[in-house]
Every structure is written in C-alpha cells, then in structure tokens.
Design a protein around this ligand. Structure first.
Ligand SMILES: *[C@@H]1O[C@H](CO)[C@@H](O)[C@H](O)[C@H]1NC(C)=O
Length: 412
C-alpha cells in the first residue's frame, strides 16, 4: 500500500495470536475471554448525546455528520424539483440515451473474444454507455479501464457468472524486475468514472499470504474512478482483496471474500445486502479505511465505508476494522455478525490514542448475531442512535440519486 508494502500485524493482535495458539482445543470455548487480556476493552457508550449542544469533540463530530446529511438532503430535494424529478448527472443521462451493447464470447461468436479487446475498442473520451455482455467462462485477463473510458458496464449471468481471474501479488516482479506493489496487483483496475458491473466474478487467485508475509497483498478489484456500482458480483481474494481506493462506490448483493485488510482505501462507499466472508483461519481484518487529513486530496477526508444489511462470517478471528488513517470511518448497520467477529471488534493499528477526542469513527447500529454488540467492544467504538446512523444507512451516503442506475440485465 503506497510506499510501504509490509503491513505487520499490530502488536496486540500478534500477542493474541500467540495466546490463542497456546490454548488447547478443549478450551477453545474460552477463546473469547482471552481477548480481554489485550486490555482497553470497555463497554461501548450507547447513543452519545450528539444532539446535546457542546459535548466532547467526538460528539460534535458526529453532530456535524448529522447536519451535513440534513443539508445534502435539502439540496437533492430542491434539485429534483428544478428538474422535474430527474436528478441524474447530465453526462450520465446523455450516455444512457445512446447506449450500445457488445458481446464478448471466447468462441468468436460475439463482437470480441476477450474483455481486453472490448476495452481497447472503446474510444477515448467515450460518451456512450457501453454494455459488454460477457458469456459465461473463465477469462484469464488482467484489466485496466483507463480514466478516459467512462460509462462501461460489464454484464454476466449471475447464476453462471463469467470469472475474470489473474494472480499478481505486490511481490510479483514487473518489467524492471522490481516488485509491482499492491496497487498494480489488481486483476481489474477501474480508473474511469461511471463503471458498473452485474453478475461478474472478479478474482485474484494468488495463494493466500501467510500472516506478516512480505509482498502477499493480492488485489482483485481496485476502484479509483468515482460513481461505480456493483450488483450480484463476487470479489474474491485473500489479503487486500478490494482496494476501495477513491470515489463514490455502491455494492449490492455482492460477495466479498478475503483475509487481512480485505476492504481498504479512502473510497466513500456503501455496501448493502452483501455477504462478507473471511477465508483465513487466523486473523481476518475486514476493513482498513484510510480516512485522514494528511492525504492531499479532499476525497480522503470525505471518505468512509458504510455496511447496511450485510452478513459477516467465515473462518478465523474477524476484526471489523483497523484504522489505516487517523480519522478512519466505518459504520455497520443492520448487519449480522457471526461468532468469529472478535468481542473487542476493532483495532487501532497505528493510531496512538484512538479516544473520543480523536478522529476515528467506528460505529454499529442495530446489528445482530453472536458477534454483534459485545459488551467487550473497544472503548472508542460507538453504538449509534437513529439520528447518528441515518447519514450512513441509505444511498444518500454516496449521493446515489445522481448516478445509481438499476442493474443491467444479462442476455445470457
Ligand atoms: C441478485 O442477488 C439477489 C440476492 O441474492 C437475487 O435476489 C437476485 O435475483 C440476483 N439477481 C440476478 C440478476 O440474478
């Protein structure tokens, strides 16, 4: 990840791994208790009195979020009025109006045999919506959709989806025989705006990295363009599966599989009705959200991940997130959490003092399942109240009215 590829496990977690490794299977039912040894686990503070004037900086920060939501809601309402209910971005409407479809089929019976050929054929500064109907099959291709090719949609049959697969890792040697790094390891990199996909599997099938192993990051999907939507897709990998790098992103009915930091970056993204699955028997860390003022890009401080009606399960000990940035922001709402979610829930990583005066914003709202709402959550995570959760629980979180379209239908 940008400059430093190695991401050692935080000391606290490393110690816990040792403790866990040393307990016999017979006492595994007591595993949960061993997490107390790390210390700092306190009962979360319910609600938080954001509406009460003043309060501590954390409360003020939450109150600001609520305010910001109220303002954007009003802006949308007045825009909708002015355009007779049409709120889509003008360039997107225009692209939609001139949609073209092409078939990708390895047997030569379509317009293109590979997805690479189809993308190459899209003109620079493309203005039409281009839907690629991709026939079922395995596509061993490493793809980049460059910035100057917006409005591309991949469609497959969700019941028998095409699989896009490659196996680069951060440690893979490039042409200059130096390691290519996390960023370049992606199977599919989307740098253009208004990309969407429906019924596609995007996979990095490099072998799963061992904990702390150097160069093991293996990105399946990297999103650097804004206003990207994914429906019924599977994003499959191990360490660093989904580089939610930058921009507004929407995921619905998707399956996301990974191990360490498997959703990471400074995207502002909504994940709804998604199944999130840990594939490691050791420590899994679901998010490493990179919100910070220290990146020279206003998107970084606007960023955050919101999970709504998702389910979290799989193997190992699952952490909900660790703070990559000093103001890392992640909220889970109405989400089912299996027993593998560790009672402390979250990890501070390199943030020295993640307390109520800091910028880290980790919240949970009306989640369920054995891994949810433990009494042992780390003290600086929050149980949000209705008002505090509202900015995060709908497509307004990603300003979706102006760009989220219904999923395209497959012809196969
Ligand atoms: C997408 O997934 C949802 C939930 O699993 C399902 O109800 C829907 O039919 C799927 N869509 C397609 C096109 O298969």
């Amino acid at each position: 990840m940008q400059g430093h590829n190695r991401k050692p496990l935080p000391l606290g977690i490393a110690v816990l791994v040792l403790i866990l490794a040393s307990i016999s299977p017979a006492s595994s039912q007591n595993q949960q208790n061993t997490f107390n040894i790390g210390g700092g686990a306190k009962k979360p503070i319910p609600g938080g009195g954001a509406a009460v004037g003043g309060g501590d900086p954390f409360d003020q920060f939450i109150a600001k979020n609520v305010q910001h939501f109220a303002v954007t809601e009003q802006i949308y309402a007045s825009k909708a009025q002015a355009t007779g209910g049409k709120q889509l971005d003008a360039e997107l409407s225009a692209a939609e109006a001139s949609t073209v479809r092409y078939v990708v089929s390895p047997d030569g019976k379509g317009n293109y045999k590979t997805i690479t050929e189809a993308i190459n054929a899209v003109p620079e500064k493309n203005k039409k919506r281009i839907i690629l109907d991709i026939k079922p099959g395995t596509y061993k291709e490493k793809l980049v959709i460059p910035m100057w090719k917006p409005f591309i949609t991949f469609v497959g049959n969700a019941k028998n989806p095409p699989i896009i697969m490659w196996a680069d890792t951060a440690g893979t040697k490039g042409k200059d025989s130096k390691p290519i790094g996390t960023l370049a390891s992606a199977t599919l990199a989307v740098e253009a705006d208004y990309f969407s996909a429906c019924g596609i599997v995007i996979k990095n099938n490099a072998p799963l990295a061992k904990p702390g192993e150097e160069g093991g990051q293996a990105v399946a999907l990297r999103l650097f363009g804004t206003k990207a939507a994914f429906y019924n897709c599977t994003i499959d990998g191990g360490q660093d599966t989904l580089y939610d790098h930058k921009g507004l992103h929407y995921f619905k009915n998707c399956i996301i599989r990974g191990s360490v930091d498997f959703i990471f970056g400074f995207g502002r993204s909504l994940y709804t009705d998604c199944t999130i699955f840990s594939v490691t028997k050791e420590i899994a860390i679901l998010t490493a959200q990179q919100r910070t003022k220290n990146i020279d890009d206003k998107d970084a401080i606007e960023s955050g991940f919101s999970f709504v009606r998702c389910s979290i399960s799989g193997m190992g000990q699952i952490y909900l997130g660790r703070a990559w940035g000093d103001s890392s922001r992640v909220v889970y709402s109405f989400t089912d959490m299996s027993k593998e979610v560790v009672p402390v829930g979250w990890d501070k990583w390199n943030v020295e003092k993640p307390d109520r005066r800091g910028g880290v914003f980790y919240g949970e709202y009306k989640c369920s399942g054995p891994g949810a709402m433990s009494n042992e959550r780390i003290g600086w995570a929050r149980v949000l109240n209705d008002e505090q959760a509202r900015p995060f629980t709908g497509s307004h979180f990603v300003y979706g009215n102006s760009w989220i379209l219904p999923p395209a239908k497959s012809n196969f």
